[in-house]
Write a protein that binds this ligand. Structure first.
Ligand code: ADP
Length: 258
């Protein structure tokens, strides 16, 4: 079965709760809506959020010709999560490193991904076994996208994530600052709840590209229980426009090295 990944995007963060899964899923769908063939792979073995975000919680994967068939969120977006393979949603996953490596390897190699323009991989927070596995399996072709929030603590963790990516020799596509300011739904003015611009400053300091900021929007939290992605439900909102800008910067970086 032919499988090619033109660009592999590894989305990770130094710590949890910064919106890594939200960013992965909305980036993947933004690329898919532009007509690209996109895969979204959730390797967060301990807290897989992607199925819930995309309304795919009841999916059970089927196989054909020894290949796992992915689920679809939208016509161009194939989705596979480790959660699809667990017996119940609440089953805790207690796997040691080598087993995790095997699972990640299967998710990359034994899924019928077809020919993808972008494979977006959502990792667990931090710098654990799963990223090491992907860096070993995909090698230098993986492009790290590091998600952070503007606060100082999150940025310290993002710095660690950048150092990690450098250590495992993963190409660094850049940093995304999530929860970057809040546009007041009443007056349209911007409120900088967690400050703003820290991601850009950290990127400059570390000598890596800054891909853009995604503002806070309370509707992102509401939607995460509905199984519809934000960029589909509110395509004209400032946050959806910001996702498009991040994707455009990412595309340029991956295709033109800019
Ligand atoms: P992580 O994958 O880093 O743990 P999630 O993507 O699960 O983070 O996001 C954590 C929480 O923050 C979720 O409730 C999500 O809906 C919310 N969230 C993420 N990004 C934004 C944003 N830009 N505006 C508002 N809420 C957000």
């Amino acid at each position: 079965m032919d499988k090619t990944f033109k660009h592999v995007i590894a989305v990770f963060s130094g710590k949890g709760g910064v919106g890594k899964s939200t960013v992965s899923a909305n980036i993947a769908e933004t690329f898919a809506k532009q007509g690209n063939n996109v895969g979204l792979l959730d390797v967060d073995l301990h807290g897989p959020n992607i199925p819930k975000l995309l309304g795919l919680e009841s999916v059970k994967l089927e196989a054909r010709d020894n290949q796992i068939l992915p689920a679809y969120y939208s016509p161009n977006l194939k989705v596979v999560s480790i959660a699809f393979m667990l017996p119940t949603r609440d089953t805790p996953v207690i796997w040691r490193g080598p087993l995790k490596h095997k699972a990640v390897s299967q998710l990359l190699n034994d899924v019928d991904w077809g020919e993808l323009d972008y494979l977006v991989i959502d990792f667990p927070p931090g710098t654990g076994d799963e990223i090491l596995s992907v860096s070993q399996l995909v090698g230098k072709d993986a492009n790290a996208v590091i998600v952070t929030t503007p606060q100082e603590l999150a940025l310290l963790d993002a710095r660690k994530a950048v150092m990690f990516a450098k250590q495992v020799e993963m190409r660094i596509a850049g940093i995304v600052e999530n929860m970057s300011g809040l546009v007041c739904p009443h007056c349209g003015k911007e409120i900088n709840l967690f400050k703003k611009g820290g991601g850009k400053k950290a990127a400059e300091e570390l000598g890596v590209p800054f891909l853009g900021g995604i503002p806070l929007d309370p509707r992102i939290v509401e939607l995460s229980d509905d199984g519809i992605l934000f960029v589909d439900k509110y395509p004209d909102s400032p946050a959806a426009v910001a996702f498009s800008a991040v994707c455009e910067n990412l595309r340029k970086r991956l295709e033109e090295g800019v």
